[in-house]
Design a protein around this ligand. Structure first.
Ligand SMILES: CC(C)(COP(=O)(O)OP(=O)(O)OC[C@H]1O[C@@H](n2cnc3c(N)ncnc32)[C@H](O)[C@@H]1OP(=O)(O)O)[C@@H](O)C(=O)NCCC(=O)NCCS
Length: 172
C-alpha cells in the first residue's frame, strides 16, 4: 500500500536520488545529455535540505520511498512529481499530484499553475492540466532549458470536496 508523508531534512539524500534517477530515466530523449548532466549535478546540501523540508512529500510503499512531489512557486528547482523509474506507470505520480492539489485546495487556492518538463506534458494533460505557454529557463553558466507552463482549475474539485464533507457531516 502506498502512503504519502512530508519529507524532513534527513530525507535530502533520498529525495535527490529519486529526483536524479527520474530525470535520467524519463527526460533523456526529450532533453540533451548535456542538459541532463547539468540537471543531475549534486546541489549544495544546506540549500537543498531547506527546500526538501518545506516543500517535498514522499510516496512510500512498504517502507521504500518510490516517488516525490514538490510544489514551490518561488523556485525553478525540484518542482513537480518525480517517480523511481521502476515504479513509473503504477499510479504513484497521479496519487502524489492529487495529494498536492488537495493541499492547495485546503489552503483556499482555486487553481494550480506548474512549470513542467516537456516529457511530462502528456501526463499533466491527461490529469486535467491545460497548456499555457512555453518558457526558457536561463540558469547562469547552464544551457537554456525549455519548459511548458500548465494550469488547472481546482474549483470543481474544491466544490466536490466541500460536498463530500457536508454529506459526511449530515450522515454523522
Ligand atoms: C511524469 C511522471 C511523474 C508520471 O508519473 P507515473 O507514476 O509514471 O504516472 P501514473 O502511473 O501515476 O499515471 C497516471 C495517469 O497518467 C497517465 N499517463 C502517465 N504518463 C502519461 C503519458 N506520457 N501520456 C499520457 N498519459 C500518461 C497514465 O496512463 C495514468 O492514467 P489513468 O489514471 O487514466 O490510468 C513520471 O513518469 C516521472 O517521474 N517522470 C520523470 C520526471 C519528470 O519529468 N517529472 C515531471 C517534472 S515537472
Amino acid at each position: 500500500m502506498i502512503s504519502i508523508r512530508k519529507a524532513t531534512q534527513a530525507d535530502s539524500q533520498l529525495v535527490q536520488g529519486i529526483y536524479h534517477r527520474a530525470i535520467l530515466g524519463h527526460c533523456l530523449g526529450t532533453y540533451s545529455p548535456k542538459i541532463i548532466r547539468q540537471w543531475t549535478q549534486p546541489v549544495r546540501p544546506i540549500m537543498f535540505e531547506h527546500l526538501v523540508e518545506q516543500y517535498v512529500y514522499i510516496a512510500v510503499e512498504d517502507q521504500e520511498p518510490v516517488g516525490i512531489s514538490c510544489y514551490n512557486s518561488q523556485s525553478e528547482y525540484l518542482n513537480g512529481i518525480y517517480i523511481e523509474p521502476r515504479y513509473m506507470g503504477s499510479g504513484i505520480g497521479k496519487m502524489l499530484l492529487q495529494h498536492q492539489e488537495n493541499l492547495l485546495i485546503s489552503q483556499g487556492k482555486i487553481e494550480i499553475e506548474l512549470r513542467v518538463t516537456l516529457n511530462a506534458v502528456p501526463f499533466y494533460r491527461h490529469l486535467g492540466y491545460s497548456f499555457i505557454s512555453e518558457s526558457i529557463s536561463k540558469i547562469p553558466l547552464q544551457d537554456e532549458i525549455i519548459y511548458s507552463h500548465m494550469i488547472k482549475s481546482l474549483h470543481r474539485k474544491s466544490t466536490q470536496n466541500q460536498r463530500l464533507v457536508l454529506l459526511q457531516m449530515s450522515a454523522a
